[in-house]
Design a protein around this ligand. Structure first.
Ligand SMILES: [Fe+2]
Length: 596
């Protein structure tokens, strides 16, 4: 059965599932070159189908995530918003509604942001900017026409069902263990927290759904109050938190601690704010910025940990799975896995809304399977995280021949030992090879790589290409067999996707200090098994042979504010526009003049 999963909301994406196996999954932001792109994912769909050797007419069933998406966000894509625009949204849209009894129109406030070209649906079906039912009908009709499928072959699932089913179905031990799944995010279809239970591969059952799990909402508004983008930059608040002196963070922490509380599998309030932006804006006034980051992070960790503890008690299951945007808080995940009642923690890659398309497709595979139930139970859709396009040697060479700007560069077949030598001598290398990774983390195939030993490598890469905020850490790819040398992992958790954080060992602090958080010295490693990515494993092994270090600093291959490179042309363009000296493009090593 050929199933296409589609997410048209925030972080739009497509996923192709053929006979229970995930063939391709791509976020629309990569091919469109616009971070967190929303809307109908034309390009991601085309690329997924091409990777399966299929056309639109071959699809048996469509799986769509999220029932209710407001039309206004299709006309006004908020990924184009500046920080000031998000403040305008609060001051000119929410404040009058919440405090002044007026109802200004979103489309009027942001009329300068309306992009009619992004609205591909029939507007005659929509009554107003908030008409989610009309929007759903318009979306369904668009899907019917675009794919030539009748309505009974199209299924729309609610947002949290997609989050939970994704995490559950891609869990590597789903058939061996009972699992308790927690999904927490900004919100979708009126829910922002849900708890689920799955018994050894049997269909997932919802234990609880709530619209009061406002951990993500508080975190994103605090991020905006700190002068950063509310959807994209939450990780910067998390990265800032460890620098604060708890003495200065305590006052902020107490502001958060007197509001949202864990209440069984749900949440309640000690003090219920009328809203989650202006309330905290007023209460946090006059407090240090780093203390605010510390306070919200501390409270987030406490709330998530307590919630998980209650879920374990309720379900009797210590094998935990976390997903949704809040699960991208790797420091909170660390507090969760350190709980004594947590036997294991799995956080899948791309746990934000980009994976909703996969969750929807998996749910359809189970609901409409033509296979016996026991076969479905054995369906393990994700055997690899490398789910995007690849370019073979001939194609790469053909494209290279047609690219401009490479005059004077040296282009040679680069043996791994040569690349390892360059890395060992302090050079920074962009790597574009094999299929692209799904999710927001570069896992070697669209990565910038460097020797993780010198502390100053962070500054070197920032000045060369990343221009990251000075407080933000980089991460490392670590050979699986060296994991225990560098990080403390008493529960032997999987660290394949940079979704978990660990304390570092003395050897880790010596040999990969550039890939640790500079202040608390934690690591969010990408553990590389040979079978998962043989070529990348071989490169790190060559670096280990050269230097004795079984890890490489690994950060995503992109310029500041741009999505991760998607095509060889993107890679070369980024290489040429940055201070990078070397680019490994497939088997070709490209060096700038005088750098070979
Ligand atoms: Fe979500």
């Amino acid at each position: 059965m050929i199933i296409l999963g589609v997410n048209e909301g925030h972080n739009a994406s497509a996923a192709l599932l053929v006979d229970g196996k995930l063939i391709a999954a791509i976020s629309e932001d990569r091919p469109t070159r616009q971070t967190t792109r929303s809307g109908f994912p034309f390009k991601a769909i085309d690329e997924c189908l091409a990777l399966g050797g299929l056309s639109r007419r071959d699809i048996d069933r469509l799986a769509i995530s999220t029932q209710h998406l407001p039309p206004k966000y299709f006309w006004i894509p908020r990924e184009t918003f500046s920080i000031r625009d998000f403040w305008r949204e609060q001051n000119e849209y929410w404040k009058p509604r919440l405090f002044e009894g007026t109802r200004p129109a979103y489309m009027e406030i942001f009329k300068d942001k309306v992009d009619p070209s992004r609205f591909v649906y029939d507007p005659s079906l929509i009554k107003n900017e908030d008409d989610v039912e009309g929007m759903l009908e318009a979306r369904l009709r668009h899907h019917e026409q675009y794919f030539g499928l009748p309505r009974d072959r199209i299924t729309v699932f609610d947002h949290h069902t997609c989050h939970a089913w994704y995490a559950y179905m891609v869990h590597p031990k789903r058939l061996e263990q009972d699992l308790v799944v927690f999904a927490a995010d900004g919100a979708g279809d009126g829910v922002n927290g849900s708890v689920w239970y799955g018994a050894k591969g049997q269909p997932l059952k919802a234990l609880h759904r709530t619209n009061q799990c406002n951990i993500g909402r508080i975190y994103r508004y605090v991020t905006l109050l700190l002068g950063m983008k509310q959807f994209e930059h939450a990780f910067k608040t998390m990265g800032l938190a460890p620098y604060a002196n708890p003495k200065y963070g305590q006052a902020a922490y107490e502001v958060f601690a007197e509001t949202l509380q864990v209440d069984g599998l749900g949440f309640s309030y000690r003090i219920k704010p009328k809203d989650h932006f202006f309330y905290f804006k007023e209460k946090l006034e006059g407090l240090r910025f780093d203390g605010i980051a510390w306070g919200v992070q501390q409270r987030t960790e406490e709330l998530l940990s307590a919630w998980v503890g209650n879920g374990i008690r309720e379900s009797g299951c210590g094998h935990v799975c976390m997903t949704g945007g809040v699960a991208m808080n790797i420091k909170a995940n660390k507090v969760v896995w350190e709980r004594s009642d947590v036997e294991s923690l799995f956080v899948p890659p791309g746990s934000g809304d980009e994976s909703l398309s996969i969750g929807a497709a998996c749910k359809v595979a189970v609901d409409f399977a033509q296979l016996p139930a026991e076969t479905i139970a054995q369906c393990q859709p994700m055997t690899s995280i490398y789910l995007g396009p690849a370019y073979d040697e001939a194609d790469t060479q053909h494209r290279l021949d047609r690219m401009e700007g490479l005059q004077g560069c040296t282009i040679e077949k680069g043996p791994l030992s040569r690349v390892a030598q360059l890395l060992g001598s302090g050079r920074v290398v962009g790597r574009f090879a094999g299929r692209s990774e799904f999710g927001q983390r570069a896992l070697g195939n669209r990565s910038i790589l460097a020797d993780p030993r010198p502390r100053e490598v962070v500054r070197t890469i920032n000045e060369m290409i990343k221009q990251r905020d000075f407080w933000m850490p980089f991460a490392s790819s670590v050979l699986a067999q060296r994991m225990s040398d560098y990080v403390i992992n008493p529960k032997h958790l999987r660290g394949d996707f940079m979704t978990l954080a660990f304390d570092s060992t003395a050897a880790g602090q010596k040999e990969m200090i550039g890939g640790l958080h500079p202040y608390d010295l934690t690591s969010r490693p990408h553990v590389v098994e040979r079978d998962a990515n043989p070529d990348y494993h071989a490169l790190i092994a060559a670096f280990e042979k050269e230097t004795g270090v079984g890890a490489l600093l690994n950060t995503s291959f992109n310029l500041h504010g741009e999505p991760i490179v998607h095509t060889p042309e993107d890679a070369v363009s980024t290489f040429l526009r940055s201070g990078l000296d070397h680019l490994l493009l497939g088997e070709w090593l490209i060096s700038k003049p005088g750098k070979s």
